[in-house]
Structure formats: C-alpha cells, structure tokens
Design a protein around this ligand. Structure first.
Ligand SMILES: [Fe+2]
Length: 230
C-alpha cells in the first residue's frame, strides 16, 4: 500500500465522536516508518536552549502555503506532501461534513513545544477563519498520555471554564495519534478545548499543529506573544 493510500484508509476507517463535540481521533495516523523518520527531523529543535526552561512555549513554522513556505528536509517534505494532497484533504473534509463549504484556500502548520508548567491562556474554540484544526502528537514511548488536547462542554463560553476542573475528556497523547475537528464558535456549539503541561513525568509536550484556512493568510509575520519562535 502506498503512503497516500495508508493515510486515506486511516481517515476512512476512523470513528467520529460527538462527545463533548464533533471530533475525530486517529491512532497510527501516518505510516510508521515515515512518522519515525520525520520525527527525527523535528526532534533536532528539541535541543533548543529555551526548551530547558519550565513554563515555556516554542514553535517552528514549517508550512504556509500561500506565501510559499515549506520544509527543506526530505521526510518532512514527504509528510507535508501527504497533508497537502487533494485526495487526502478531501477525505478530511468528507469526514468532518465540510464538503458543502467552499474549499479552503490556505494551509499552515508548525511544530509546537510546551514545557512543564505551561498552561495555554484559556479554554477557547479556535478562530473561525480556520476550517479544520489538526493536531498530530509526537509523544515518546512512556510519555504521560494525559497531555493530549483537553475538551470541554460546547454550551458555555470557554472564558468561564477552568482548564483542569471543567475538562470533560482529553485525547490521548500518544505518538502518531492525530486529532481533527472543524472549529465552531456559535451559541449552539463551541469547540472548546485547551492544552497544558502539568505532568510530573513528561517535560516537553511535542506536537504538529496544522490548519486548513478559509482564506489566504500569511501567519509567518505575526509575532506570537509570549512564545519563542525557533
Ligand atoms: Fe486551539
């Protein structure tokens, strides 16, 4: 089976959960050898000095399609070629019931690192300029599985929710596990989520975040406040 067929098969055979709101978790999302190899290319970032400190968030931009930003190493290129493949994108849109929506124009992705004691600012639904939010966990063997993405009730304003006390469930922080959802921010449904690292066991939580964006957007210029660009 080709790598592309593998990913399409994983998406097609995944289960949609509606608890507490619609999302899809896919284990073994990428072909294992491609996953291991691209992870080795990313892990070189992990030795950055800022990631020795607690309560730190750092990111590295790999792709911003509309401004022609792409990775320059082989396995990451192969990895993002799959993400950007039209057939794979269409399977994602189908799974999330987005086929009636205009096709997304842009794609953005970064590696994200948060160290022990870092808690994201607040429970939030994600901005509505994102058509699809995708998170690929890069956990190591033996890491704390509770460091996935925290999920909350869709019926309340995230700002009123407590990151730990109000969490309904969390997706598994397991290597090569993947989460995707279509952000919603209406009274009927808010895709409330958050992330943090309160683990005693795992010092750095690592993930790839990727978004299909409705319009072209250059997110390489934004200085993300309080975060280290590496
Ligand atoms: Fe988010």
């Amino acid at each position: 089976m080709s790598n592309k067929d593998y990913v399409i098969d994983r998406i097609k055979n995944s289960v949609v959960s509606n608890d507490p709101w619609k999302h899809v978790v896919i284990r073994d999302f990428m072909p294992p050898s491609l996953y291991e190899n691209m992870k080795k290319e990313i892990i070189t970032l992990e030795s950055h000095a800022c990631l020795k400190n607690k309560n730190t968030r750092a990111y590295h931009i790999y792709v911003n399609k509309s401004v022609n930003v792409y990775p320059d190493t082989g396995y990451l290129k192969e990895y993002y070629d799959l993400f950007l493949d039209e057939d794979i994108r269409n399977e994602v849109l189908k799974k999330l019931d987005l086929t009636e929506q205009p096709l997304p124009k842009d794609f953005y992705s970064e590696a994200n690192f948060i160290t022990q004691d870092y808690i994201y600012d607040e429970v939030h639904p994600d901005r509505s300029d994102k058509l699809v939010t995708m998170i690929h966990y890069l956990a190591d063997e033996g890491d704390d599985e509770s460091l996935g993405t925290f999920l909350y009730t869709p019926y309340k304003d995230g700002k009123t929710l407590d990151v730990f006390k109000d969490m309904v469930s969390s997706t598994p922080y397991v290597g090569n596990c993947f989460l995707m959802f279509a952000p919603k921010d209406t009274k009927e449904c808010r895709t409330n989520h958050c992330m943090g690292n309160n683990s005693k066991k795992t010092f750095v939580r690592k993930s790839i975040q990727a978004f299909w964006i409705k319009e072209n957007a250059d997110w390489t210029q934004d200085r993300q406040s309080g975060r280290n660009r590496i």
